[in-house]
Design a protein around this ligand. Structure first.
Ligand code: G3P
Length: 496
């Protein structure tokens, strides 16, 4: 159970503590933030409402701890990360339980998220010792006008304090995808978890605590965004922000100082289907891509752009698969579970009603109970409907019928988002040309969009983000280059 066994020390009464200076603490605010279970719509957990003063203290200790951590041998940093990964996997059950209760993640997916996170941490430790164990060596005479009198040695050094802000949909995985690269690179880490997902994050942080990381190196601060959100992101002690979430990221990037930013802010991932596509493969990928975790993934298929000549057949195939999706509580490992909050469900409903009013064809009856929305495929969606452009983050998927591939590419590129996209065709030449033409960070050929495997580069363009993630890119992003130049005497100098 969450908050029991080895996790007993992270809770006080019914309120989970926050983590600072290597200890679990109660906030001096005396206040708590409630976490609503999306399924029961009742308070499931409570976390500390930390104060700005507590943020200041965390930043001070993070800064001090980073200095000695940066001097800790790389192999030792890697060893601790491997240890944390093993502890995380060992305690997958209580962390998965928190994911089920806080964000209604289906039971099996909740366990997968924790195991994937452990693997990510281990991979990051391995990758870190390789790429940080190398530097470059340059000589001056390759640049016009120079003699061979300067040798330049470069290495990668840490940035300092990294602020990690993961989203509700992968609170553990998208937290460790920031924590592990930051730590292996010699940074300290301050984590601000999403409110829903905070308890899973606190459990994950305890696994790092149990692994024996130095005091103050990792902190986890919970609380109200209105109280500590801007204060954290604009804090002068922060040297890098890695954020995944919605358009709050755009506001953060405008307010943050002159520090490196890594942002992943959602998408409207398009699925372009050509006439020669294997329609069974497409239908299977639309189901997986559009409806897994009830569509609450940045990389979910969010609009299908299908050639008119095969649209009827494809829609029928998808429809019959939608009918087989199980709908219900996450504890029963249903395919479709309640969306994260009432406001999210209301937003999704708004998009659905707008499409209905403007004449979209509903392939299923629209049904909602509380935060649970039954899966819905909307055919004959047109560009004047909001759902053609907006990101529902729910189990509702629009189909737009297109008369030409160019029309599909045009729709994709007219979006403000550019995270991922996919194209289905048996003609690799066409697929490559379409991939080149689609303005998105990644294009999948003959598969639904996905972030993983976690060492692949992952990036959005336009409003979908800044920078590139994936293990290697994140490690590099959380470092800066340091050069040392050895100046030698002029060529006329003689050794004899
Ligand atoms: O929604 C966040 C994004 O990172 C999704 O990841 O693994 O479901 O493709 P994934």
């Amino acid at each position: 159970m969450a908050g029991s066994g080895v996790f007993g020390e992270i809770i006080d009464g019914d309120v989970f503590k926050y983590y600072a200076d290597g200890e679990w603490k109660k906030s001096s605010s005396g206040k708590a933030v409630s976490i609503i279970n999306p399924t029961t719509r009742k308070t499931q957990y409570k976390v500390q409402a930390c104060t700005q003063e507590e943020v200041n203290k965390v930043m001070e200790t993070a800064k001090a701890a980073q200095k000695s951590w940066a001097k800790t041998p790389l192999w030792k940093r890697a060893e601790l990360l491997h240890k944390a990964a093993a502890i995380l996997k060992e305690h997958k059950a209580p962390i998965a339980e928190a994911l089920i209760k806080e964000i209604a993640k289906p039971a099996k997916d909740a366990v997968t998220e924790v195991v994937r996170s452990g693997d990510l941490v281990s991979y990051c430790a391995e990758e870190g010792v390789r790429i940080l164990g190398q530097g470059t060596f340059l000589v001056s005479d390759s640049f016009p006008g120079n003699e061979r009198t300067k040798y330049c040695l470069t290495s990668k050094i840490p940035l300092g304090v990294v602020l990690a802000i993961p989203p509700f949909n992968y609170p553990v995985n998208l937290a460790v995808s920031k924590i592990a690269p930051a730590l292996i690179a010699g940074n300290s880490l301050v984590l601000k978890p999403p409110t829903q997902g905070a308890v899973a994050c606190l459990h994950m942080v305890h696994c790092f605590h149990l692994a024996g990381f130095p005091k103050g190196l990792i902190s986890c601060i919970t609380g109200k965004g209105s109280e500590i959100g801007d204060f954290l992101t604009m804090h002068p002690g922060v040297n890098c922000i890695s954020f995944t979430g919605g358009d709050t990221g755009i506001a953060i990037s405008k307010k943050a100082g002159m520090i490196p930013l890594q942002m992943e802010l959602g998408g409207k991932d398009a699925c372009i289907v050509l006439e020669d596509a294997d329609l069974d493969l497409v239908a299977a990928n639309i189901i997986k891509g559009g409806f897994s975790y009830s569509g609450q993934r940045c990389t979910a298929v969010k609009v299908v752009l299908v050639m008119e000549s095969v649209a009827d057949t494809l829609v029928e195939k998808v429809k019959s698969k939608v009918a087989k999706l199980t709908v219900g509580p996450p504890e029963d490992d249903c395919d479709i579970t309640p969306v994260v909050s009432e406001s999210s469900a209301n937003f999704i409903e708004g998009l659905v009603m707008d499409a209905k009013q403007k004449g979209a064809t509903f392939c299923q009856e629209y049904k909602r109970e509380g935060n649970l929305i039954w899966p819905l495929l909307l055919d004959h969606v047109r560009p004047d409907m909001r759902i053609a452009w907006e990101e529902p983050f729910g189990p509702v998927l629009p189909v737009i019928r297109i008369g030409s591939v160019e029309e599909g590419i045009h729709h994709c590129n007219a979006s403000n988002f550019g995270l991922q996209g996919c194209v289905f065709t048996k003609d690799i030449n066409k697929a490559m040309l379409i991939s080149d033409a689609m303005e998105s960070g990644t294009i999948q050929i003959n598969s639904a969009p996905a972030r993983g495997p976690d060492h692949f580069p992952f990036q959005g363009i336009k409003d979908s983000g800044i920078g590139s993630q994936g293990i290697t890119n994140s490690i590099n992003m959380m470092t800066k280059v340091k050069s040392t130049v050895i100046n030698l005497p002029s060529p006329s100098y003689t050794m004899g």
